[in-house]
Ligand binder design. Sequence first.
Ligand code: ADP
Ligand code: MG
Length: 269
Amino acid sequence: MFRTSAPTAPPTPPTAATASAPGGRPDVAVAPVLRARRLVKTYGEQSTATRALDGVDLDIARADSLAIMGPSGCGKTTLLHVLAGILQPSSGAVDLDGTDLATLSDRRRTRLRREDFGFVFQDGQLLPELTALENVLLPRMLAGTSRRQAAADAALWLDRLGLQGMHARRPGQLSGGQAQRVAIARALAGAPSVVFADEPTGALDQTTGQAVLDVLAQACHRTGASLVMVTHDASVAAVCNRTVAMRDGRIEQEFRRPQQARPQAGGAR
Ligand code: ADP
Ligand code: MG
């Protein structure tokens, strides 16, 4: 049988981006947990359209931490929301463990957000009428966990994050840093595979913010959750292993930090 000889390139070791199992299915053991390809997101119509994402490719590895940086308006929040399945891209695709989010029904996508993802936003978005404990246990109960189990998990997480004795407080009775710890407990109590954080310390002073970040990064590290964090602040991005810099809806630069000792969490502020 006639065959052309293959070029004699050295075999390339599989990387997170290229490894796949026979049959073309991504191998979940090595494939990134989240993979975005050629993401475009346009808001508005024709003459008033804003291209918030302009062809973004991004892989997020299991248990890795990624900071998305860039000036205001460059598309960071849009990218986070598209990665988390909150927003649909205009074109391009996001895969979670090899499943294209666009192929899921709204119901399954909602369930996935509840069960596989955790969220921490700038102002915590805690429900003001509920106690710290109730804020953490509510999403667990919505996901089908019994109240008893959800309350036990919630209490454990609040204690881990330095909020002993504050379970019964309402958000109005907590400092900004404490409220963000409750939001982090809420994000992690469901054992998510990915935690998304959008400017999680944007409303805190520098010292409190740094302590909250350390808590967030350590909690993700400890549970093996990947962390995807949007920030415009380089000192915030520094808690992540990897940073991508965006400009005008594109990723312009990317770098990985050398492994370093993990910072110690401060006390609850
Ligand atoms: P960042 O988080 O980096 O500040 P955003 O992702 O919020 O940026 O916004 C990117 C661009 O998209 C900006 O020009 C912004 O004005 C625009 N934009 C964001 N959300 C909307 C929306 N819902 N409707 C129209 N334009 C939007
Ligand atoms: Mg934003």
